[in-house]
Design a protein around this ligand. Structure first.
Ligand SMILES: Cc1cc2nc3c(=O)[nH]c(=O)nc-3n(C[C@H](O)[C@H](O)[C@H](O)COP(=O)(O)O)c2cc1C
Length: 192
C-alpha cells in the first residue's frame, strides 16, 4: 500500500458535499468511476459480515424515471401541503446529476438494526472518499422519497429493509468551499 497517512488525512479533510446546482448539468461521469465507488463501498466493515448495503444506480434515462417517480410520489403523499416549486425541483434536480445511487439497508436480523445502518453509513463514506479521490462531486441526501414506506419496493427493498437516502454524483463546475469542524477537544474526553 503506497498511500501515506498524510495523504489519507488530506483526502478526508478535502471531502466535501457537492450539491446538484454545483454540477455541470447532466454531464455523465465514466461508469468505471461509479463502479469503483461501489466496489469500495463494499469494503466497509459490518458486524458479523452481514454486508447490509444494497444500491440501485440511476443514470441516463434512469434519471428521468427517478425524477418522475419522486415527483409523482410527492404529489400523491403531500397533497395537503403541496408546493409547486418543490414539485418542480423534484422533477429537475435529479437531471443535474450524472448518477444517483439509492442507498438501501438490507436487514439481516443477525445484529441490531443500528449496526446495519452504521455499516451502510461506512459504505457511503467510502463512496464519498472515492469520489473525492477522482475529483468527482457527490452528496448524500435524505430528501425526496427517503422516508416513504411505499418507496422501498421501487428501490428493490422489502418491508424490513430501510431506504437511507440517495447519493447524487456529478461533475463539479463550482467547487465547495473548504469545510469547517469544531475542535476535536470539544468532542473528546480522555481518561488516563
Ligand atoms: C445521513 C446524511 C443525510 C444528509 N442529508 C442531506 C439532505 O437531505 N440535504 C442536504 O442538503 N444535505 C444532506 N446531507 C449532507 C450534509 O448537509 C453535509 O454532509 C454537511 O453539510 C457537511 O458538509 P460536508 O459533507 O461538505 O462536510 C446529509 C448528510 C448525511 C451524513
Amino acid at each position: 500500500m503506497t498511500l501515506t497517512a498524510e495523504a489519507l488525512t488530506q483526502l478526508i479533510i478535502n471531502r466535501r458535499s457537492t450539491f446538484p446546482k454545483q454540477y455541470v448539468a447532466g454531464k455523465k461521469i465514466d461508469d468505471a468511476i461509479i463502479e469503483q465507488m461501489l466496489v469500495n463501498a463494499t469494503w466497509a466493515p459490518s458486524h458479523k459480515l452481514t454486508e447490509p448495503w444494497q444500491f440501485m444506480v440511476f443514470t441516463g434515462e434512469g434519471l428521468n424515471q427517478f425524477a418522475n417517480y419522486q415527483a409523482a410520489m410527492y404529489k400523491e403523499k403531500e397533497a395537503a401541503s403541496f408546493k409547486e416549486d418543490k414539485y418542480q425541483k423534484m422533477q429537475t434536480n435529479p437531471l443535474l446529476a450524472s448518477h444517483i445511487i439509492a442507498i438501501g439497508m438490507n436487514r439481516s436480523d443477525k445484529v441490531p438494526e443500528t449496526e446495519e445502518i452504521a455499516a451502510v453509513s461506512c459504505a457511503v463514506q467510502n463512496m464519498y472518499l472515492t469520489a473525492t479521490a477522482y475529483g468527482v462531486g457527490c452528496y448524500w441526501t435524505t430528501g425526496g422519497v427517503t422516508y416513504y414506506e411505499e418507496a422501498k419496493s421501487f428501490f428493490g427493498l422489502t418491508e424490513n429493509d430501510k431506504l437511507l437516502g440517495f447519493l447524487y454524483v456529478g461533475e463539479i463546475a463550482i467547487p465547495s468551499v473548504p469545510g469547517k469542524r469544531s475542535p476535536v477537544s470539544e468532542k473528546v474526553k480522555w481518561i488516563q
